[in-house]
Design a protein around this ligand. Structure first.
Ligand code: TRP
Length: 443
């Protein structure tokens, strides 16, 4: 697609909606609670909060700057600014492939739980963990994964603007409302108190352990959709009046609020139902039905929630699908339709392989059992943080300071009080911190 036919997001609000749509998804509602549950709850929350501000926001701002300045996909963007740095775009493409290789699987689970809310979920007479196990060993995860790729495909084919804007505008406010409602509801479940203690009272010794920092930084990157050029691609659709710093704060705060709300719903429920917080990837799917079970209309509330979760996931799958599609269509001069088809086909193939291949080896920081777990580890814990580190070095050191200043002030038309702070974080704090975490985990 040439520059003249390139779509763009309407105004300021739409830019926030689109980027927040990408950020808010399974990362905040499924991944955050289970990783927090495995890493001491409140200790994890504390480090996660710090990670958002110290590394997450600077990386997001840096990606926005690259994307909007170049109006290109991830690879094209870095290459236009500095030929020798195009590999940073490629590392994003590889990360997008790994995410595509498992995210659709979990998104499919939410879709299945939506459908099954009206099915046998609440009248089976067996506990929710057993039901989850039966579901896992059936053909349904495969079917729903494929359905999810097809849904994403359809939205991408129709073009960025329509799909993303419409989905985000309606879905996000509803998601907030239902999460708040659920958070209030669980407060009255017996034994909920232990959940608050677990999630809100940090054990500081644990918080600053290398393991917790390692997983919290990975989670910060994953939940903000940064470290792989996704925000480069999205910012390439921003107009020249979009306030990059403001947008990145809004997006990060919205994401943070959703993650905290998810924790405030899940942990009281987990403790009330006697589930282990370290349950793992199934945590949301075995604990939330316990909450709905006690409500007046379990099927209805459950269906609304899982539908919203599926929609929130859809605005995220769209975003990494778009990274691959924009790259293929722009770099190989292919029609969007073909680029979309290639991306969707690859995603299905990767997910099928990932969901049926065991991968149970010991790597520091990795504790999964399937190839899909490894895909998650490689993206969230390796490629995204490293991508973020180099993005900071790129904008902080390789580019002239005027580049960042120009983008943050919209070429001198608005003020940017945070320019110096952000530059400092990009130049020193984020790279050193990420570098340190890597060395302490792997060496
Ligand atoms: N942030 C999304 C979530 O939390 C996942 C996601 C979408 C993502 N696009 C991304 C993660 C790009 C990393 C990079 O569900």
């Amino acid at each position: 697609m040439g520059a003249e036919t390139r779509a763009s997001f309407g105004g300021r609000l739409v830019a926030i909606l689109a980027a927040a749509g990408s950020a808010i998804g399974l990362g905040s509602i499924w991944r955050f609670p289970y990783v927090a549950g495995e890493n001491g709850g409140a200790a994890f929350l504390l480090v996660y909060l710090l990670a958002i501000f110290v590394v997450g926001i600077p990386v997001m701002v840096a990606e926005f700057a690259v994307g909007r300045a170049t109006k290109k996909n991830a690879v094209g963007g870095y290459r236009q600014l500095a030929k020798g740095w195009r590999w940073l775009g490629y590392s994003g493409i590889i990360a997008a492939l790994f995410i595509s290789g498992y995210y659709y699987i979990i998104a499919g689970w939410s879709l299945e739980y939506f459908v099954n809310s009206f099915g046998s979920l609440y009248n089976e007479g067996v506990d929710f963990r057993t039901q989850f196990g039966i579901f896992q060993t059936s053909w349904r995860p495969l079917l729903y994964m494929v359905i999810f790729v097809v849904l994403t495909h359809i939205i991408i084919v129709r073009g960025v603007q329509d799909g993303i804007e419409k989905a985000s505008k309606v879905m996000m406010p509803m998601l907030f409302v239902i999460l708040i409602f659920m958070a209030i509801w669980v407060a009255f479940m017996p034994g909920a108190g232990a959940g608050y203690e677990f999630f809100l009272k940090p054990d500081f010794a644990k918080a600053f352990s290398a393991d917790t920092i390692f997983s919290a930084v990975g989670q910060a990157f994953f939940s903000l959709s940064v470290g792989m050029g996704c925000m480069v691609t999205y910012a390439s659709y921003f107009d020249k009046k979009t306030n990059l710093v403001g947008t990145s704060f809004s997006v990060s705060l919205l994401t943070l609020v959703v993650a905290i709300l998810a924790g405030l719903v899940i942990f009281p429920a987990v403790f009330s139902a006697g589930i282990a917080p370290s349950e793992g990837t199934s945590l949301v799917f075995v604990s939330l039905p316990e909450v709905f079970k006690g409500m007046p209309l379990p099927s209805l509330f459950s269906a609304i929630f899982f539908l919203l979760l599926a929609l929130a996931s859809l605005t995220s799958t769209i975003s990494f699908h778009e990274v691959l599609t924009a790259y293929i269509s722009e770099e190989f001069g292919m029609s969007r339709k073909w680029a979309t088809t290639i991306t969707s086909t690859l995603s299905v193939v990767l997910c099928v392989v990932a969901m049926y291949t065991a991968f149970d080896v010991s790597i520091p920081g990795y504790n999964g059992t399937m190839l899909s777990d490894l895909f998650d580890f490689i993206t969230a814990s390796v490629i995204l943080p490293l991508g973020g580190l180099f993005t900071c070095l790129f904008v902080g050191w390789r580019m002239k300071p005027d580049f960042l200043r120009g983008e943050l002030t919209n070429q001198g038309t608005i003020k940017s009080r945070l320019y110096h702070v952000l530059l400092f974080l990009m130049r020193y704090v984020s790279p050193l911190l990420i570098g340190y975490i890597f060395v302490s985990n792997f060496v």
